[in-house]
Design a protein around this ligand. Structure first.
Ligand SMILES: Cc1cc2nc3c(=O)[nH]c(=O)nc-3n(C[C@H](O)[C@H](O)[C@H](O)COP(=O)(O)OP(=O)(O)OC[C@H]3O[C@@H](n4cnc5c(N)ncnc54)[C@H](O)[C@@H]3O)c2cc1C
Length: 466
């Protein structure tokens, strides 16, 4: 009954174009990419401005109605899935790139702009944006901020947090916090914007973001290298960093089972004549003429030759053109196909002490095979940042998804890792949050939540229970 009054007021305040009742909400807003069971929201609102977001939140506070912010719905932790009785607040119409300042290396955008649109606008302005990930065409900058997204560029530029110079946020009661001063240094009390980065929409709605852009490299050398084992892969990373320092822009490792899935799902040609235990995709940025005299590709080639002599690299392809580099990087795009080929995929995103990643993958393989005989696990990840992704086909563990999770997180605990490196906690990893955070840390998180959202209306039930 009270919901009817709320819905009438919502629609009369914002218009039927911005707010729709639950029965009319298309199914795509009922869940996200994580495969969480869908839930119809009480209503869908798609505001066009910060003022409209503020009006929605004021109304929700007055009627004590919960709000689930939604970006591109590519999240892998179920964090954007509506909770029962909550409205979904989609930022998709707030998708303007408001300004680009190449002298200052800044871009101001509305939160609903896609990552790819930001990347393309940065390139068009002669610069680059430091975050890249497979869902770039759909995920939004507001979602990237709210999950503190990582991806392929972390080694060089850090996670999303490092790309954010300012934020505009609307709090649960409709208060707008304009934290958009365009400067790196500002030690005037708490750096409030940091609370909202990685908060998964539980503290407020991100409406604008002031992003840092990076100078574009003159050239990028791309390598696909085959390695006999994880220790060799780590040794090659060290060689590359010793020679090129922070210009090593990406170091993505793919275990053979992942490579075979990628070749088959994406119908790609095998890059080498034979299979190898591990393949690394490596990007090195630089100038066309390096201080060492040769071109960047020749310098990279030299490092690879030394690694081959040491037995660390078995075979390698150095891309000779941008098109060939793009073809090599296609191998890394299999995660976009997981939902089509695994039934269902059980996705893990764990952080581990970097040197232990190889042993961890072996321990997982042994533990899973012992309990559920057969091959069912793909390993890949941003190994340069100590981040491993594991995808298990739910069918191959007889649908025992909870048991598979418990087994893997037990091993994460044993290896002193973290249960979420970059995807967040959302709904899926809630039971395991205390494995990576102490009771004292959780108590402080709850106090912050209480201070910013005393009625508990922002994305309730995500990350932790109050
Ligand atoms: C193929 C594929 C590859 C991926 N690769 C990576 C990767 O390499 N690295 C990585 O980190 N992630 C990766 N992801 C996960 C996902 O793309 C990221 O988490 C992304 O940042 C989510 O953005 P989104 O706009 O889709 O957010 P959504 O899924 O819509 O939402 C995610 C969370 O952010 C909140 N939220 C969204 N917008 C706002 C806003 N404006 N204000 C407040 N809260 C908001 C939601 O409530 C939710 O809690 C991948 C996903 C896919 C499908």
């Amino acid at each position: 009954m009270s919901h009817e009054k709320f819905l009438d007021e919502l629609i009369s305040t914002l218009g039927a174009d911005v707010a729709q009742r639950g029965a009319e909400v298309p199914e795509r807003y009922h869940t996200d990419w994580s495969g969480t069971p869908p839930q119809r929201p009480l209503a869908l609102v798609r505001p066009r401005s910060t003022q409209e977001v503020s009006a929605v939140l004021r109304l929700c506070t007055a009627h004590k109605v919960a709000v689930v912010p939604q970006g591109g719905l590519t999240g892998l932790a179920g964090a954007a899935v509506p909770t029962e009785g909550a409205i979904a607040l989609s930022l998709e119409r707030m998708n303007s790139i408001e300004s680009t300042d190449t002298r200052a290396g800044l871009m101001q955008v509305q939160a609903g702009v896609t990552l790819q649109a930001v990347q393309e606008a940065a390139v068009a302005a002669g610069m680059v944006f430091g975050v890249d990930l497979g869902a770039r065409g759909s995920c939004q900058i507001g979602g990237n901020v709210s999950t503190n997204a990582g991806g392929n560029g972390v080694l060089q530029h850090g996670m999303m947090r490092e790309q954010v110079l300012g934020l505009e946020v609307v709090l649960a009661d409709g208060t707008v916090l304009p934290m958009l001063r365009p400067m790196l240094k500002n030690n005037t009390g708490y750096d409030l914007k940091q609370f909202f980065i990685g908060a998964e929409g539980t503290l407020g709605v991100v409406t604008r973001v002031l992003l840092r852009l990076r100078p574009a490299p003159q050239v990028t050398a791309t390598v696909l290298a085959a390695m006999p084992n994880f220790d060799a892969a780590l040794a090659v990373l060290r060689r590359m960093q010793a020679r090129f320092g922070n210009s090593v822009a990406a170091y993505e490792l793919m275990w053979d089972n992942f490579v075979q899935a990628s070749l088959s799902w994406l119908r790609l040609n095998a890059p080498f004549d034979q299979r190898h235990p591990l393949l690394a995709l490596i990007n090195v940025d630089g100038k066309s003429e390096t201080p060492h005299g040769g071109g960047l590709r020749e310098d990279v080639q030299q490092v690879l030759e030394a690694a081959m002599e040491a037995g660390e690299v078995l075979d390698a392809i150095v891309a000779q053109s941008v098109a060939q580099a793009q073809t090599l990087w296609k191998l890394r795009e299999a995660p976009a196909e997981l939902n089509n080929h695994m039934h269902p995929p059980i996705n893990f995103d764990v952080s581990l002490p970097q040197a232990e990643i190889g042993r961890f993958a072996q321990a997982c393989e042994a533990a899973f095979s012992a309990r559920w005989p057969g091959k069912h696990t793909l390993y890949f990840g941003h190994v340069g940042d100590g981040n491993l992704h594991v995808s298990v086909d739910g069918k191959t563990v007889g649908g025992e998804c909870d048991a598979a999770e418990a087994e893997l997180y037990r091993l994460v605990g044993e290896f002193q890792g973290s249960v979420s490196a970059e995807h967040g906690i959302g709904l899926h990893k809630k039971p395991y949050l205390q494995a990576s955070r102490t009771p004292e840390e959780l108590a402080v998180m709850r106090s912050i939540k209480q201070a910013l959202d005393p009625l508990g209306l922002m994305n309730p039930g995500k990350i932790f229970e109050l």
